[in-house]
Design a protein around this ligand. Sequence first.
Ligand SMILES: [Mn+2]
Length: 333
Amino acid sequence: MPNADQKSFYQRTDITGEPYEPMQAPRFTEVATFMRTPLVDSLDGVDIGIIGIPYDGGLTCRTGARYGPREVRNESTLMRAINVATGEQPYDRARVADLGDVRFNDLFNLDQAINDIERYFVAIAKTGVRPLAVGGDHSVTYPILKALAPRYDQPLGLVHIDAHTDTWPAVFGSKFHHGAPFRLATEEGLIDPRRTVQIGIRGGQNFADGLDYSRDNGMRVITIEEFDDLGWQAVAREAKRVVGNGPAYLTFDVDGLDPVYTPGTGTPEAGGITMREAQRLIRELTGLDFIGGDVVEVSPPLDPSGNTALNAATILFEMLCILAIRVSNCRSG
Ligand SMILES: [Mn+2]
């Protein structure tokens, strides 16, 4: 599987002229990029691009997610080049790079921030690079979907892991907030609600507003109680049935996990998914046609232990593994 092209992609030269591979170096060394992949300023030759979105203007509650990308980069240096559980080696299958962060022209203007994010993902989508985004709060997924969905002849399917449905109407005077991306995406035909599954749902202000919207529009809502009854394997089967064939997007809000794993998040809800369940669930989603994904709502200032960012980086690695399988399958046939 590894070829010379992929190998040279990960090689670097240091200031003495010595060639080396950062991913083979001790994990406490080097500038922290996502998964120790090369930081690039061009999309040429990239299959999967991991990009930070240091934006949290859409938060309705506890803040700090703007620091998410930086801290996930740091903890992601602990990830290995192999998925020990599955044997997957994503860097043999695909050229993975750190694309840096989305830059904002007008950080304090929510409506403008959406355009800034969309602009980056339009650039990515044009090249066929599959993006893996790291937030930032969940409002960032709406402009990502705005950029990606028009490339396909049908609305995207969605696997959405979260404690909240994120289908709420406007709050505090704005329809762009972290509890609304999938209502906006449904209204604009970016996602197909009948090919959307929401997993781990258990909370939210005016709970019924979001839940009713999701169900009335045909989304498959799997509450945490149903998740508990079915188990991760059956939930994965159900997600595959709902999403079916056709392009799909994977979005993971770390508050879908129990707060023991991810206390550093904007709106924690007790009684959530375990890390082990989440890892096995994601692995089991292999085969769906994911065109990209994101991990959002990591707020490092709310968890100085770094555990939230470590678990987010681990989820990101699992997502990278299934995306890399998709890339190499598409390449070979
Ligand atoms: Mn949430």
